[in-house]
Write a protein that binds this ligand. Sequence first.
Ligand code: SF4
Ligand code: SF4
Length: 83
Amino acid sequence: MKEVLMPIAYPTKGSVGNTGLWRTLKPVINYEKCTKCFICWMYCPEAAILAEDKPVILYDFCKGCGICANECPVKAINMIKEV
Ligand code: SF4
Ligand code: SF4
């Protein structure tokens, strides 16, 4: 059976909408570099990363703080400007 890491809480829509709308920079995971250590999942303050067979960012809730990119030990997350 596939093991799925569960967060303590799930992100949800706030009174002013999805928090992802605030973002100016967007984290993008390079899955060719990602070692699936899930440190990004542990550090994301918004619980906006799912730990499945690979980390998956929930862009509706990611605020673009860049903590995940900063903590990734192999620098597999790039912060790119939102268009
Ligand atoms: S911290 Fe980096 S290497 Fe680890 S799971 Fe996240 S993206 Fe992959
Ligand atoms: S940029 Fe911030 S909010 Fe978005 S996934 Fe990374 S740690 Fe979470």
